[in-house]
Write a protein that binds this ligand. Structure first.
Ligand SMILES: Cc1cc2nc3c(=O)[nH]c(=O)nc-3n(C[C@H](O)[C@H](O)[C@H](O)COP(=O)(O)OP(=O)(O)OC[C@H]3O[C@@H](n4cnc5c(N)ncnc54)[C@H](O)[C@@H]3O)c2cc1C
Length: 633
């Protein structure tokens, strides 16, 4: 197997692409020529991948590439570049047209931090003429330029990192923020005493922040580390990742992209919202599942297991939990091998009008609301739901007793894995998730490890999707929890950011714990209990951003027959959404009864009563008794 794959944050080069990519490039390059059979290279690949991930955001200035010299088709190019030993590190300057095959790094220290700092030095060795196009100045700014910002209104923030001469933090943070807009980052040195005095800075490294409105202040961070500085700056309001042209045209918060305003809900990112969880369940049960007309075999088993886990672990409102429990009892008690989806929908819609069962059909994204209808929403709520469930499984060890899942630390993860693979509308997402699960889910041995596994994998997905079209510019994909949410979760070892997993676990248990779920914005409208209601034309509210992208949409012909997309216009009212077709009569547990069926039932019932009464009087009559009386029996 090759040491690097497309999933890694490195550019995989070959004889076909090497020269074309690295010569006359707008950015500089750091290349590793390796051989897939060389033991050193194999051992070193983990560090190289970590380095590439760590400096992924520097790509406009310097990029990281690999080329396998053991690959037959690369023999000639490795010879041409004069590669004799593996691994060989080569720096190629931006705009290099000399084809001199770059500069080899001969140092013995190949630790991540050393190589990263060498990358910074190498960038600074560029002249004004060959400076990488997307790279801002890395030299210290002049104090007069910084002091001139005081009280000045601008369109963006300016962050000034004040540091010692030997520190690399300033340059690293400048490069970390390269793909972000709404902010300029500069550095200056602590040896500039006048500036230090003017800014009131007494210890370094520090970040001084000039706001667009002309105010300025020292930025308070819990730890003076590169990761903390970068994370805080990325999270400033109005600072977001530069987007491609099409995504730049995305609507602003509150605008649903069709010209109509959607009310923006103010929320705290340190909370989990019940409205998101319930809206997610609504979408899952009434929309996503609706693409499967009947459930049987593995699909039915997957759905039963999903309902079991949610019914037992979901720390929801009583009416929702009761609905899930009733659904579970019904699924377990039914000896059917095949269940029509309509029957499930009837139960979810509480057609029997059992008192106290209710799941709102109103979609309210709160912590999962996006800056446009096409972003966030359902997939966000699904992640949230499963994090909540893993935490519940860890805090309530007996909750799954007598379900067949007791003592199984993988109960939630395996159920999620099967749900995502079977029902989740985004097939590509399911494929990626399955690959991650196959790789490591079996190493999970405790319920706490399950909580951490899901967190780690979610961060892996975040890293892969950072800067992609599905990223909401208002909610950039970061490694979560960010330092503002959990400062103790983050540490640094030899210049590399590391997680304190014990702290992360404690944080996840608090964040996704039942007591941190807010009921703000949760819908309260619950219909009065009563006799089963005949079907009226009734809208299933399709969440306006229930899909991340087109992949997540149920296809029109996969929507059950009795549901169809309609537009009802009348008396100035115009509704769009998935509607249940108007039908006379009633449905119960998936069976449809017309008015004729109902009349026949009543007629048959009356006839049976008359017949039974006739039989009763006949057998009691004297004539019958006299004819059939047998005293010897
Ligand atoms: C199983 C699964 C696989 C997916 N795979 C893909 C894919 O391959 N390609 C694709 O384009 N989209 C994929 N998606 C969708 C994508 O991951 C996001 O859900 C979607 O882009 C919405 O992003 P978001 O900004 O709302 O944050 P989300 O990533 O949905 O996160 C929701 C919330 O969870 C919290 N959170 C973030 N990270 C973590 C973490 N590590 N641990 C715990 N909590 C965290 C934050 O509060 C965040 O707001 C997948 C979704 C799921 C459920």
């Amino acid at each position: 197997a090759r040491l690097y794959t497309e999933e890694d944050p490195v550019v995989i080069l070959s004889s076909d692409s090497l020269k074309q990519s690295v010569f006359n490039s707008s950015s500089a390059w750091l290349l590793q020529f390796y051989s897939s059979w060389c033991g050193h290279c194999i051992q070193y690949s983990a560090t190289w991948k970590a380095l590439a991930g760590d400096v992924k955001d520097w790509a406009q200035a310097i990029r990281i590439g690999v080329l396998d010299c053991a690959h037959e088709k690369n023999f000639d190019i490795c010879k041409e570049f004069g590669i004799h030993f593996y691994p060989t590190f080569r720096y190629i300057k931006a705009h290099d047209t000399t084809n001199d095959y770059g500069k080899t790094y001969h140092g013995a220290d190949r630790e991540l931090q050393t190589v990263r700092q060498l990358m910074v030095n190498f960038l600074q060795n560029h002249t004004k003429q060959d400076w990488p196009v997307g790279c801002p100045p890395l030299d210290p700014a002049r104090s007069e330029d910084i002091l001139s910002l005081m009280g000045k209104k601008t369109e963006f923030y300016t962050a000034v990192i004040v540091e010692d001469k030997d520190s690399y933090i300033g340059r690293e943070v400048i490069l970390d923020l390269l793909p972000y807009e709404g902010l300029a980052v500069k550095r200056t040195l602590s040896s500039d005493k006048l500036l230090m005095e003017e800014l009131g800075i007494t210890s370094v490294p520090s970040v001084y922040l000039f706001h667009p409105n002309g105010t300025h202040t020292i930025m308070n961070v819990q730890k003076r580390l590169r990761f903390f500085f970068s994370s805080f700056l990325k999270l400033l309001p109005g600072v977001h990742r530069k987007q491609s042209t099409s995504s730049l045209q995305r609507p602003q918060p509150g605008n649903n992209g069709q010209g109509t305003q959607v009310e923006w809900k103010v929320f705290e990112k340190s909370k989990v919202y019940m409205a998101d969880l319930e809206s997610g369940l609504h979408y899952l049960l009434r929309v996503e599942l609706a693409t499967h007309k009947t459930l049987e075999g593995e699909e039915l088993k997957t759905f039963k297991d999903f309902v079991t886990v949610v019914a037992k672990l979901f720390p929801g409102r009583q009416s929702v939990v009761k609905l899930l429990e009733t659904l579970l009892e019904w699924l377990v008690s039914l000896p059917l091998e095949k269940i029509p989806y309509d029957a499930i929908l009837d139960l979810v819609n509480n057609k029997m009008r059992i008192s106290g069962l209710y799941l709102s059909e109103q979609v309210q994204w709160v912590g999962c609301q996006g800056s446009s209808v096409a972003l966030r929403g359902y997939p966000c709520s699904l992640w949230t739901l499963f994090h909540v469930l893993t935490v519940q499984a860890a805090s309530r060890p007996d909750a799954l007793a007598n379900t067949g899942f007791e003592d199984d630390p993988l109960a939630v993860l395996q159920t999620m894995r099967r749900y995502i693979g079977t029902f989740f509308g985004c097939q590509e997402c399911g494929k990626h998730f399955e690959e991650m699960a196959q790789e490591s889910v079996n190493q999970v041995k405790t319920v706490d490890e399950a909580v951490l596994w899901l967190w780690r994998k979610h961060n892996q997905v975040n890293a892969r999707l950072a800067g992609s079209m599905s990223e909401d510019p208002m909610f950039p994909k970061t490694q979560w929890p960010t330092p503002d949410l959990c400062p103790t979760c983050h540490e640094e070892q030899e210049g590399l950011h590391v997680w304190n997993e014990q702290m992360v676990l404690a944080f996840l248990k608090q964040h996704y714990g039942a007591s941190n779920i807010s009921l703000k914005y949760s819908s309260n409208s619950q219909p009065e209990p009563g006799p089963p209601a005949p079907d009226k034309p009734k809208a299933i509210t399709k969440p306006n951003n229930g899909h991340l992208n087109q992949n997540l949409k149920p296809s029109p012909d996969s929507i059950p027959k009795h549901q169809k997309r309609t537009e009802i216009s009348g008396a100035g009212e115009k509704l769009t959404g998935v509607q249940i077709e108007a039908r006379p009569g009633m449905t119960f547990l998936g069976l449809g009864f017309s008015s004729l069926d109902m009349s026949l039932c009543v007629l048959l019932y009356t006839l049976s009563c008359v017949f039974l009464m006739f039989m009763f009087f006949f057998f009691r009559s004297k004539r019958w008794k006299a004819r059939n009386y047998r005293p010897y029996v």
